[in-house]
Design a protein around this ligand. Structure first.
Ligand SMILES: Cc1cc2nc3c(=O)[nH]c(=O)nc-3n(C[C@H](O)[C@H](O)[C@H](O)COP(=O)(O)OP(=O)(O)OC[C@H]3O[C@@H](n4cnc5c(N)ncnc54)[C@H](O)[C@@H]3O)c2cc1C
Length: 455
């Protein structure tokens, strides 16, 4: 699309037509941050196609909000029912979507390269492509960091993508079905799930697995005794679970996990993962039949010093408060793949709420840039942290309030606040009316939906 602008040449009193290309905005990664940004920019700028082209590129054809992955793994959420097709969202919100995995950058040509897309048999569907940009926003999120520990790749599942979460669920269900139908007696702890890392992902997964395995037994797999057949254990290197959150929140979560029968090993650093368990630094083998690695994250490896951009040891692109990368004003980064410093010297934490805030700010900032105004500075606002501990229990802290500090919340209120974070994401994508309608539809269909995914 070409933009034709007219400039008045005062001396000759003549209108001169100049042709200028529409501004190309390319967003890579349609996750918690990138998809919200593409939707907002599409709504604001996309209709006037002669002003800007907004292109979203993602390695996957559909979007699932990442904090839901532990529910997919435990079987309490059907990822196929919850996903959002990028092409449809692009059509509704005036941007275009292109499928593919970014693997290179040429800053001089202002181009990114996208690897060929292959089908399950390795046959090429889409060839290698490149996309030109005037403004590039990288929002490719993070992946699990195995810190080079041997055996993680071979024996652990990570929860980075819906495919991995579904793979975990499939193996878990198969282990339960095997136990239910075997002729020999089911032994205690026959199916042991070991989770390495007691951050929010590990803790939430353990509690949710406890609940869904109970449901499975109630649905007719009665040979499975959820308190005996399934053993859940978490191994954590630091001295408490949820080490990134306030100690009293860790204590409340630890108490709840204790009630659920989850075994927690703290001060135990896993140095090797074997087919039959996790070896700790002091030589102890903690046996497990299935293992999940949720001990830390890093930005994807392809970002490491990509075409001379500044990155840290976790491959995150270092950005300024405007979210511009330190060495290129036309390249921005947001969400988990960005290292954005805060006034206290720490980086903005890798959270959905940060990605959401950054996407809102970027949408405003890019529109300002179009009007020739300066960019805006991002300031992280921590509204608190919430950890779901199964269906009926949530603990967390809310920041702010009258005290200006943090207030600890638990139970139903915490559950509602936890749930509202996802709803805010949906509102950013669909607006209030559609979100209210789909939420209502979800509730009224509850009696005809299984509480857990059984296959
Ligand atoms: C199980 C779990 C529970 C969590 N719970 C919470 C919570 O309760 N609260 C909270 O605040 N945060 C939570 N988080 C963290 C939160 O999910 C992330 O901080 C947030 O999703 C980051 O958003 P993002 O936009 O940076 O990346 P993501 O949402 O991860 O999206 C990245 C996107 O980039 C795409 N992509 C990746 N590489 C490429 C490439 N090379 N080319 C093209 N596309 C690519 C991916 O397909 C994906 O769509 C949780 C995370 C997990 C795993």
């Amino acid at each position: 699309m070409l933009r034709v602008s007219f400039a008045l040449n005062a001396s000759r009193e003549q209108v001169v037509a100049t042709e200028q290309q529409a501004h190309e905005i390319v967003i890579v990664g349609g996750g918690a941050g990138g998809l919200e940004l593409a939707t907002r920019l599409g709504n604001k700028l996309g209709k006037k196609k002669n002003r800007a082209h907004i292109t979203l590129i993602d390695a996957s054809p559909s979007h699932l909000w990442k904090p839901l992955l532990y529910e997919v793994a435990a079987g309490s959420l059907d990822s196929y029912a919850e996903r959002l097709e990028y092409l449809a969202q692009a059509h509704w919100h005036h941007f275009r979507f292109r499928l593919g995995r970014m693997d290179g950058l040429d800053r001089e040509k202002q181009e990114i390269s996208v690897a060929p897309t292959l089908d399950e048999d390795g046959v090429e569907i889409i060839p290698r492509r490149s996309f030109r940009y005037d403004t590039l926003i990288i929002a490719v999120g993070s992946v699990g960091n195995d810190f080079g520990v041997p055996g993680v790749k071979e024996h652990c599942i990570m929860l980075d993508t819906p495919e991995q979460a579904r793979e975990f669920h499939r193996r878990h269900i198969n282990a339960c079905l095997r136990a239910h139908t075997q002729t020999a007696a089911v032994t205690s702890a026959q199916h042991t799930v070991g989770i390495v890392g007691a951050g929010a992902t590990g803790v939430e997964l353990a509690a949710e697995l406890h609940d869904t395995t109970r449901e499975l037994s109630a649905y007719g797999l009665e040979k499975i005794d959820p308190d005996k057949t399934l053993k859940l254990l978490i191994v954590e290197a630091s001295d408490r679970i949820l080490p990134g959150l306030p100690p009293r929140l860790s204590a409340a979560a630890a108490e709840r996990l204790g009630e659920l029968g989850v075994e927690v090993y703290t001060n135990e650093r896993v140095v090797e993962v074997r087919a039959n368990g996790m070896l700790t630094a002091d030589g102890k083998l903690i046996p497990a039949s299935m293992m999940v690695w949720s001990a830390g994250i890093k930005a994807p490896d392809f970002l490491k010093e990509i075409d001379g951009l500044e990155t840290n040891r976790n491959n995150q692109l270092i950005v300024r408060a405007t979210l511009q990368t330190t060495r290129d004003d036309n390249i921005f980064a947001l969400g988990d793949c960005a290292a954005c410093p805060m006034p206290d010297g720490k980086n903005v934490p890798p959270r959905a709420q940060a990605a959401h805030q950054q996407a809102s700010l970027m949408a405003k900032a890019i529109c300002r840039r179009f009007r020739g105004k300066p960019l805006l500075d991002y300031e992280y606002r921590d509204y608190g942290s919430l950890v779901a501990l199964g269906r009926f229990s949530t603990v967390g802290n809310l920041m702010g309030g009258l005290s200006g500090g943090s207030i600890m919340i638990e139970g139903a209120l915490a559950r509602v606040v936890y749930w509202s974070l996802h709803k805010m994401h949906e509102v950013a994508l669909h607006g209030w009316v559609k979100t209210a309608m789909t939420t209502y539809a979800h509730f009224i269909s509850t009696p005809t939906r299984a509480r857990i995914k059984l296959h």
